[in-house]
Design a protein around this ligand. Structure first.
Ligand SMILES: [Zn+2]
Length: 267
């Protein structure tokens, strides 16, 4: 007899929120402070070639400022890469990784396409460059998981119905689905538009909720891969987790933890 076995987000949750902010301008300082206040996690896509000038974050503060969040690539100098020769694109990504890794001390595996520009050829080389996902430009106004991690589209840019989408996300309660809200933008926009209250109101609305997993972009990617790697017995009565982190399942409505390196009986 088959059972209802579902993957859950960490903690057995069925909702996740992630934020994605590009360019590493100095306004990231204020944005990180707001995220931290409400327990919200984000990914900051940086152009290593611009660090240290007047408008951007300095190299020396990258590690501490973004601690608890993810630092990811946005290429060294922000070219419109679909127009660039592929060997240049490779250098733009790999050199960005190397420089950012020298600052944060962990493998940098995320990317957002500068100016939203990409091609099938670029997508196809990214795995060989150690890039695990890349964000595109555009809104789905939906809460699904990404179908293509190298063409990861957000729920919304923060100027596009952020509070409406946030309220819709809050109202989701059917635990038979997994829901992901993904917001992107640039911190300097809050300064240009004079609307820091927008992101504060949003974080206040969706932050510190029991049913929501607050994660960086790469944490979501790694967790989905962890779930993909679970080895279920033919009858589904037990599962082996070959990964390092705990996976969370729902078995006939009951949450089951599957620790890394362990086999667990499900029913
Ligand atoms: Zn950018």
């Amino acid at each position: 007899m088959p059972h209802n076995i579902y993957r859950c987000f960490p903690g057995g949750k069925h909702k996740a929120l992630t934020m994605s902010y590009d360019d590493g301008r100095t306004y990231d300082r204020k944005l990180v402070e707001i995220f931290n206040q409400y327990g919200i996690k984000g990914t900051f896509h940086l152009n290593s070639g611009f660090l240290d000038d007047d408008e951007h974050i300095s190299r020396s503060e990258v590690k501490t400022l973004y601690s608890g969040h993810e630092v990811a690539c946005h290429t060294v100098t922000h070219p419109t890469i679909a127009r660039s020769p592929l060997p240049q694109v490779v250098q733009q990504v790999l050199d960005d990784r190397k420089e950012l890794e020298s600052l944060v001390g962990y493998p940098v595996r995320g990317l957002s396409y500068p100016n939203g520009s990409y091609s099938e050829a670029i997508k196809s080389v990214l795995p060989a460059l150690g890039i695990a996902y890349s964000r595109v430009v555009g809104d789905t106004h939906g809460f699904g998981l990404p179908n293509d991690l190298y063409e990861w589209k957000s729920t919304c840019h923060h100027t596009h119905s952020l509070m409406e989408d946030g309220n819709a996300f809050l109202a989701l309660h059917k635990t038979q689905y997994l829901y992901l809200m993904y917001v992107w933008g640039h911190s300097f926009e809050f300064n240009n538009d004079g609307n820091w209250n927008l992101i504060e109101d949003f974080c206040k609305l969706v932050g510190n909720k029991e049913d929501t997993w607050y994660a960086t972009n790469i944490q979501i990617v790694d967790y989905l891969h962890l779930c993909d790697e679970l080895r279920f017995s033919a009858d589904g009565s037990f599962v082996y987790n070959p990964g390092a982190d705990t996976a969370y399942l729902s078995v006939d409505g009951k949450m089951v933890e599957v620790p890394g390196g362990k086999s667990v009986t499900l029913y």
